[in-house]
Every structure is written in C-alpha cells, then in structure tokens.
Ligand binder design. Sequence first.
Ligand code: MGD
Ligand code: MGD
Ligand code: MO
Length: 760
Amino acid sequence: MVSKPPAGDPVQDAPQVAEPQHAAAGLPAIGHTLRIAQAQMGVRRTARTLLKVNQKDGFDCPGCAWPEGDKRHVAEFCENGAKAVAEEATLRRVTPDFFAAHPLSDLAGRSGYWLGQQGRITQPMYLPAGADRYEAVTWERAFAIIAEELRALASPDEALFYTSGRTSNEAAFLLQLFAREFGTNNLPDCSNMCHESSGSALTETIGIGKGSVSLEDLHQADLIIVAGQNPGTNHPRMLSALEKAKAAGARIISVNPLPEAGLEKFKNPQTPRGMLRGAALTDLFLQIRIGGDQALFRLLNRLVLEADGAVDEEFVRAHTHGYEEFAAAARTADWDETLTATGLDRDEIERALEMVLASRRTIVCWAMGLTQHKHAVATIREVVNLLLLRGAIGRPGAGVCPVRGHSNVQGDRTMGIFERPAPAFLDALDKEFGIVSPRHHGFDVVRSIQALRDGEAKVFFAMGGNFVGATPDTEVTEAAMRRARLTVHVSTKLNRSHAVTGTHALILPTLGRTDKDVQRGGRQFVTVEDSMGLVHASRGNLPPAGPHLLSEPAIVARMARAVLGAASATPWEEFEQDYATIRDRIARVVPGFTDFNARLARNPGGFALPHAPRDERRFPTATGKANFTAAPVEYPKVPEGRLLLQTLRSHDQYNTTIYGLDDRYRGIKGGRRVVLVHPEDAAALGLADGAYADLVGEWTDGSERRAPGFRVVHYPTARGCAAAYYPETNVLVPLESTADVSNTPASKSVIVRLEQSQSA
Ligand SMILES: Nc1nc2c(c(=O)[nH]1)N[C@H]1C(S)=C(S)[C@@H](COP(=O)(O)OP(=O)(O)OC[C@H]3O[C@@H](n4cnc5c(=O)[nH]c(N)nc54)[C@H](O)[C@@H]3O)O[C@H]1N2
Ligand SMILES: Nc1nc2c(c(=O)[nH]1)N[C@H]1C(S)=C(S)[C@@H](COP(=O)(O)OP(=O)(O)OC[C@H]3O[C@@H](n4cnc5c(=O)[nH]c(N)nc54)[C@H](O)[C@@H]3O)O[C@H]1N2
Ligand SMILES: [Mo]
C-alpha cells in the first residue's frame, strides 16, 4: 500500500531522545528500509526496483558514490540507498493542479521535508513575473524564455550553470559544452561545497584530485584511518569493505568528535553470522576536537620522522619533492599545542603512532569532517605528507581515499563541470567542436552567490540540486537569488529552491536514475563514475514518472538549440536521439575514455580510469614529483563560553532531502531542531537536557546570525564541540567563512553561543 504524503505543515518538530546505539545496519535496518520503500512505491514496485540497484544490467544507486564490488549480491544496496531509490521511484505526483492549489507564498512557508514528500514533478511549470502561482508551460515556450533571457545578457558571464552530483556523464558533458559555446566557465557545482578541498590538496600534492585506492586495496590494507566521516549513515556499503579488511587482519582508527555507531560495530545484513553477532570495527577511537586534524597529523609526522627506519627513504628520494622543508616544519610540532588542538591525550596519540608504524599498507579515508574547515586544504595535505613519508601511495593496499558524496559528483568533474578548467581540457574541447572556449575562470558556488547579490549575474540555471537549501548563509543567499532575472531548475522533486525565485522562474521536470529513457534512437543508458574512478552504465527500468518528462541530455540539447540556434555547428539533435554519439565525443576529448562505447560493451561491470600515482607511481604535478608541503598548523580558537558547531547529516536525510525524522543510531526522532552538546559543557552553560536554546553564530566581523529554538541534547561529543543538522543550520554559516584555496564553506566550524530560548 502506498501511503499519502504528510498533510500538515510546518511539520511538528518535537524531538524525542533516547540512548545512542553502538552498532549499525543489522536487521532493523532492513525492516525499516522495506517499510519506507513500500510507503512510497507499494510492494510490487519495491521488489522490482530494489533488485535492480547497482546490478550490471540495472541502474546506479542514486545514493552515495561508494563502488560496487565485482561479485555483486542479489541485493546490492543499503538501507539508505533504498530510501534514495524510494524517494525517486515514489508513486506520489506533483501535477499542475498541485501548483494551482499551492501559490508561491504557500510553498515558501513549507518545510523542505513537506515539499519533498509531495512526489515527482510531472510537467514544465512557469512562474511569470509578478505572479503568485506556477502555471503549466510547454517545453517549447520554456526554452524560448531561457533563450530570450540568455541572449539579452550584456555578457555570457552574467549566467550561472550549477550542477548537483547526480547528473550523468552524458548530461554533464553536454552542459559544460553548451556553457562554453555560449561563452562562460560559470559552472559552479555541489563539489565546491563538498570535496573541493580534497581536489585542491590532492592535485597539488599527487597531481590528480581523486582517490588512489580501489576496493581491493581496502581489503588488503594493514591500517585504515577513517577521519571525519560517518559511513554507517552516508556510505553504508563501505562498512562491508571495512569488515572484510578486518577479517583479513587490518586495523582501523576512527578520528571523529562523535562516536558514530557504524564505526563502532557493524552487523552485516548480507552474511548470516554478521547479522547475529556483528563485528567490532574500530580498534582505536580518537575523539578529536573539531578542526584538530591538521595538528594531529602534523605531530604524527614528526614522530614518524623521529622513529628509527620509519621513513620510506627510497620512495622519498625517487618520487617526492620538498622533503627538507616539510621535515623542518614537522620537527617543530609541539606536544602541548597538539593536545590542546585535538583534545586527545598523549597515550592515545602514541597508540595511533604504534599502529601507523606497524602498518606497511595504510589507507586514509575522509569526508566532510576534513573538507569543510578554514584549514581543510592544509589538513588534507598533512594527511598526504604522512602517506608520502611511509611510501603509502601507489602500493597495493595503501593510498588516499576521499569518499565522495553524490553518486556522480566525481564523474561530473571529469566531464568538465569546473569553473577553473585545465587549459588542455579546453584545447581538446575546442578542437573537437570547432569552438573557442573562454579561458578566464568562472564562478564557484560562493562566488556565484556573491555575483547574484551584487547584480553581476542575472540568470541562474540548475541541473538538479537545491541551491538555496544547500548553500551557506541562507538569508543572504535567498536575497541574492531573488535579485536574479530568471531562475531555472531541472528537477525531479520540489524543494526550497523552487520557492525562492528570480523575477520569473521555470521548473523543468526530468527523468531520474530509475526511469526508463527512450529516445528516437531507441532505449538509452547513461554512465557514471564512482568514488574510485570506475566508470559504468546505468539503466532505469521503471515507466517514467509522467509522459511529459524529458531526460537531462534532452533538456540541455534543446536548450542549446534554442539559445545558440544556427550559430552552433554541434549536432545537438543527434546527441539527444542517441547518447552513444555523446560518448564518442567524450572519448575524443576526455583522457582515459578512448573507445568509450566499445569498452562499455566489453565490460558490463565498467572499467577503471587511469590514475598515474596509483598505477605507475607517476605524479603529474608541477614538479613532476609528489609534493610534500609545509603549512603552519592551524586549529579553531573558540572564545570562552562559546562552542564550535559542526553541521552534519542525520541518518534520515539525503542532503536537503529529508526522508523522515528518525536519526536512529543517535537515538533522536520526531524532530530535527536539536543541538548535541557534551553534558559538562551544557552544565557549564546552565543548559539541562531538554532545555531549548537559540544558536547564535558569531563571525569575525562582529556580525551575528541566529537559528532559534533547538532542543539541547546531552551527548558524548568531544568537549567544546556541538553538532546540529544541516540544512536547518546553514543560516549560521557566513558566506565569507570558507576554506583557504578551495573556497568551500566552512560548514563544520561555526563559533556559536547558546542562548536559552522560550520557544519550544
Ligand atoms: N544517507 C545519506 N548518504 C549520503 C548523504 C546523505 O545526506 N545521506 N550525503 C552524500 C554526500 S553529498 C556526502 S558529501 C557524503 C557526506 O558524508 P559525511 O562526511 O560522512 O557526512 P556528514 O554528516 O557531514 O559527517 C561528517 C562526519 O565528520 C565528523 N566531523 C565533523 N567535524 C570533524 C572534524 O573536525 N574532524 C574530524 N575528524 N571529524 C569531524 C562528524 O562527526 C561526522 O561523523 O555522504 C553522501 N551520502
Ligand atoms: N551546512 C552544511 N551545508 C552543506 C553541507 C554540510 O555538510 N553542511 N554539505 C554540502 C554538500 S557535501 C553537498 S554535496 C551539497 C548538496 O547540494 P545539492 O546537491 O544542491 O543538494 P541536494 O539536497 O542533494 O539536492 C536535492 C534535489 O536534487 C533534485 N534531484 C534529485 N535527483 C535528481 C536527478 O536525477 N536529476 C535532477 N535534475 N535533479 C534531481 C531534487 O529536486 C532534490 O530536491 O550541500 C552542501 N551544504
Ligand atoms: Mo557532498
């Protein structure tokens, strides 16, 4: 039976709090999954859909970017992947009648949860200037509106083309081609808020902004350090890899301000033994203060330098650059300062060192806990320093493993979705299509918001995502978006960005991963690249959510024809009819994709892209070697009586898409406005468990930002730290608070004070 979407809104936010759990993904996870899936899809559709997730003839899970192993299980998905599928394959529909019943003012007052629960959008919708309701519009008219606005711009750089990481390789390639033919590199993407810091740090140090390990490497590792990541919720299938590594003798260190259930113990639902007993995963839990990681790794590096025979001298000599300068900086690492920065004790760091020294094959995995800080790039470079000292790159079972978020965020970047494209990429693109791409850099996410705010940008186009919901400084961002002339969203479901619009606005409904895609050239598939650089096909098998939907490649192709007209020699129509013709072009432009179509046909499971450091210990950096770096150690300094807040995901959401109100492993349900605080910090602030507080952000320029009415939860986080969910707390992150170099919003370190509030 399919349940109705929630009727009332604003959703009652009344958090109930129980003890946090200590194990993840056992039987309750599966029962929970089926209940959620059946409520959206019904029983038959649930069975038909879930069995196709991540199979060689099926579709790529729209959840995370974790790779599939070569031997697939019948059910190659996790609880949260099933939720992602159910969200998309839902039978609920948002039709023109829905928009007639809900004027913009009504939509703007709804929660993100309510908006998402209404179902799939079925027709193109237009909000004319001054109107209070979206009305149905034909595709032709929609593209004409876009063409008119884009052509009226004083410069192509007044347009912004955003991409969220679910977009396929084919659609992403077309979108960046269109933007460059049109004349701009303004291609901000969700990566700017996500792993940009990893890309920046890795490109500089090892020459390629991607991870260097495969699943097989994880299985062979001696030591896996998981820093700043919550895989039990955000990459549940990674737990199987950790379990396998452990069974083969690996040890695991987790570095996190929170004790995350998935890392403590894993009850594998795919093995009978795992389900019953569960495997303890973490050997050493370093409960670090938020932002203390650079200091931790710097001290570990000093200790490795001092330990007898611990440096892989042959590797350092043959493959690296900058060792002396780095070693001089590392030798100054100070114990006392490190203990202050990390909140750890000496014994814990010494135990970590022993494990590092005992391991020949070390992998460091990380996610948003490292990337979203002011000193994120410096932190990740310090991680690389450790691996270089130990020769742990380009050796089986060792390397860097930034664990990506969106299922194709890595592929979108490979396809050229980047505001700072490499000249060689543009040269190849220009040669293939006979165009002249602009060479000057475009705007990233934060610069795009500033450009809208300052009137420098006037048209905003989004290929997926929820730009105003996901970006920082919500009030500033929403005001900026309202200054746009035209906003266009290619979307599957409703979200906040459809309610905060420019002078006029379009919603263009599109096929999702699970939908069957048939074009004039027959049934199509698309391709994606996972977090480990494996490229494979994805084929939906469900009847599309409605007869009016267009695929993402079709939308870009038609928009391009409408905007560029006869001036474009690109065969947009052919691209729309047969995606294989897009792949032929990708093969000629993007390194590593030679014979793209033929290789896909030969390898149903996909193929691996080349990775010079991993494959041949070759480092394509400016120096031709892997670069050691020596930045000053930084960590957040928090004034007396303040806490350092991280904004993170609950177990029941996908970024701004809220699946439900049950953060099961942390024991919080029924509401999302909670702030997790250490009991002793809370006591010092006079805040009992269950008290309500406003979170007041304090920024260096003296400005304040407020998020009212959060229930205080006494929780075993690191001292001096607090945690609350994103996107409710995005209002607290100043637009100017970003990481050095990568310009990623520092969403994991916001200085806040807690003010007792009356509102519950
Ligand atoms: N179900 C589900 N899956 C998802 C997503 C989702 O929303 N839901 N989102 C997808 C996306 S786009 C992404 S990017 C990934 C995100 O995956 P994660 O990065 O795991 O997501 P967050 O919830 O932001 O968790 C950050 C983790 O880092 C820790 N942390 C915070 N600050 C620090 C610090 O200073 N140091 C250290 N060492 N740790 C810290 C937090 O306690 C938390 O465990 O997941 C992807 N997968
Ligand atoms: N405070 C704070 N802010 C953060 C973060 C944080 O940890 N803290 N994390 C950041 C990170 S890591 C990321 S990746 C960003 C996420 O930023 P986004 O990627 O912009 O946000 P999502 O919530 O993933 O986007 C959800 C919307 O995508 C649309 N959608 C879903 N599937 C498809 C599809 O197949 N095609 C199309 N066209 N549309 C689709 C639906 O309309 C849905 O409402 O948020 C960032 N913001
Ligand atoms: Mo992300």
